[in-house]
Design a protein around this ligand. Structure first.
Ligand SMILES: [Mg+2]
Length: 234
């Protein structure tokens, strides 16, 4: 298990006893996607559609609109099924824009949690092992989770830790690392394929989150608040 830095031996022991205790009788782990689920896309949007085009426009002497068009074309040429798409330093290097980490730190104030995030984590944290399963690389998660990471016993980045998007293989590897069966995990996230179809395909109790009611299913949840009674009744 990827225990977060700073977690002491006694809480690790407590976690293990919780897992052992719950092993035979149901859900042990509640797993969360990050962007679009716990954290708004403001921080990422600012990176992809303000920071990078802004730097590109200065570097190549284009106006912001022209730079945005060039950058978007490059993003589209890679697409979200490929790892490079998620890697800010890849784009900084490709466009010759310098160090991505320093630039990302400047945007920390743009990280926004959804109104239900902290309350739902608080309601669930003493009853379940909470973990994160994100497609965002760790350089993103460092910023996105800064104020809430103390709630989680484990954080998985499919792209940084397993070099893949959240495929069925990733979900199976995460279950092995947590040492729990897929049926003992609930996961919630806003991506129909990566947070619902793929985890459900290996037996994880997956919930699709459709906060804006755009293209979801009848069973999609509209907020994390709707997850709480479901988790308690499973
Ligand atoms: Mg998401």
């Amino acid at each position: 298990m990827k225990i977060l830095p700073g977690r002491d031996a006694s809480s690790t022991k407590m976690l293990k006893s919780l897992v052992m205790h719950k092993k035979d009788n149901g859900i042990t782990v509640v797993s969360f996607d990050v962007e679009g689920t716990l954290v708004t896309t403001d921080f990422s949007s600012a990176i992809w559609f303000e920071l990078i085009p802004g730097r590109y426009s200065k570097r190549y002497g284009l106006n912001f609109e022209e730079a945005t068009m060039k950058v978007r074309q490059a993003y589209d040429s890679i697409g979200d099924q490929r790892l490079e798409w998620y890697d800010v330093q890849y784009w900084f290097t490709r466009f010759d824009l310098g160090n991505a980490d320093i630039a990302m730190e400047e945007l920390q104030p743009r990280v926004r949690y959804y109104p239900d995030t902290k309350d739902v984590l608080k309601q669930l944290q003493n009853k379940f092992v909470l973990s994160v399963a994100s497609g965002s690389p760790r350089p993103f998660l460092k910023h996105l989770l800064r104020d809430i990471e103390h709630n989680f016993h484990a954080v998985y980045s499919s792209t940084s830790d397993y070099q893949q998007v959240k495929t069925a293989d990733f979900w199976a590897a995460m279950c092995r690392d947590l040492d729990v069966a897929p049926g003992q995990i609930i996961h919630i996230g806003d991506h129909m394929q990566f947070d619902f179809i793929e985890p459900a395909s290996i037996g994880i109790n997956a919930f699709h989150l459709d906060r804006n009611q755009e293209g979801g299913m009848a069973t999609s949840l509209r907020s994390l608040n709707e997850l709480v009674p479901l988790v308690k009744n499973i």
